[in-house]
Design a protein around this ligand. Structure first.
Ligand SMILES: C[S@@+](CC[C@H](N)C(=O)[O-])C[C@H]1O[C@@H](n2cnc3c(N)ncnc32)[C@H](O)[C@@H]1O
Length: 263
């Protein structure tokens, strides 16, 4: 076992699913470090999770958006990944010179990640880890690590909100809005409330709850949450994007949204 708490342990599951995707001939991205970071604990979870396209689809969406945002001449050079988990974009995406990637997550997860990455090639940007509890004063930890709220930021909050209670989701996006200078971007994803209520989701939801990583938050319309906090919002339906990649089942099932917000 990884020794991580169950929610932190889901970062090993998503890494294992990225590793699985990277081995496909028709892969949507290549994450060569995912297998190292997932380990046996991640692979065992992925085995139990079975086939599901959501992680590969959302990874591809965020990769494309990050390339577009950071590739623009005047794009942010400061990236923050709250709940970075075993994300390896600091190693595998070609960020422009002078970029810094702050990875915030639980101290024990970042400790494990850094020890495993000691075997990896160098990052493509300055990678700074920020051990923090996202339910506590993480902005102070981010500032202490060198983050500047005066500069535009690209935030990536991937695969987190479903694990939080609604007041914690609202507080997270309040804080992100407070720290986002003009020219900032926010990438994130939400499962839909309909998915949480759908009887067909029960086996998956019960399985996550049984392993101590219950899903709590979902919304069918994430737009107000972000527009009320000063963002312009572009929503992409998870299933539609998945189908455009040929990776989503045809039957109509509630999914969620991929979000690109900017100011
Ligand atoms: C499903 S993983 C997603 C990780 C990564 N973004 C990805 O997509 O693979 C959820 C992550 O949220 C982190 N997390 C959840 N609650 C947290 C909290 N209160 N403080 C810090 N990290 C937290 C976990 O440690 C875990 O890495």
């Amino acid at each position: 076992m990884s020794g991580l708490d169950p929610v932190a342990g889901t970062a090993l599951l998503t890494a294992a699913l990225r590793d699985r995707e990277s081995r496909r001939p028709d892969r949507l991205f290549d994450d060569p470090l995912a297998g190292l970071l997932a380990g046996e604990a991640g692979r065992a979870q992925a085995e139990a999770f079975g086939e599901q396209p959501a992680i590969a689809v959302r990874t591809r969406y965020f990769d494309e958006r990050l390339a577009r945002i950071t590739g623009a001449g005047d794009g942010p050079r400061q990236l923050v990944l709250p709940a970075a988990g075993m994300d390896t974009r600091a190693h595998r995406l070609p960020f422009p010179a002078g970029s810094t990637c702050y990875e915030a997550d639980r101290p024990e997860l970042l400790e494990l990640k850094n020890s495993l990455l000691a075997q990896a090639p160098a990052a493509t940007c300055r990678r700074v880890t920020v051990p923090a509890d996202l339910a506590a004063d993480w902005p102070a930890a981010l500032a202490a690590a060198g983050f500047s709220p005066e500069e535009p930021t690209c935030w990536l909050v991937e695969g987190l909100t479903q694990y939080l209670q609604e007041p914690d989701v609202l507080r997270l996006f309040d804080r992100i809005a407070e720290l986002s200078a003009p020219g900032s971007h926010l990438l994130t994803d939400f499962v839909s409330a309909s998915l949480l209520a759908d009887p067909a989701s029960r086996p998956m939801l019960d399985g996550m709850a049984a392993r101590g990583a219950a899903w709590h938050y979902g919304t069918d319309d994430p737009r107000p949450l972000l527009t009320e906090r000063g963002w312009e919002v572009e929503l992409t339906d998870f299933a539609e994007f998945g189908r455009s990649l040929g990776r989503w089942p045809d039957e109509p099932r509630p999914g969620g949204h991929l979000v690109h917000a900017f100011r």
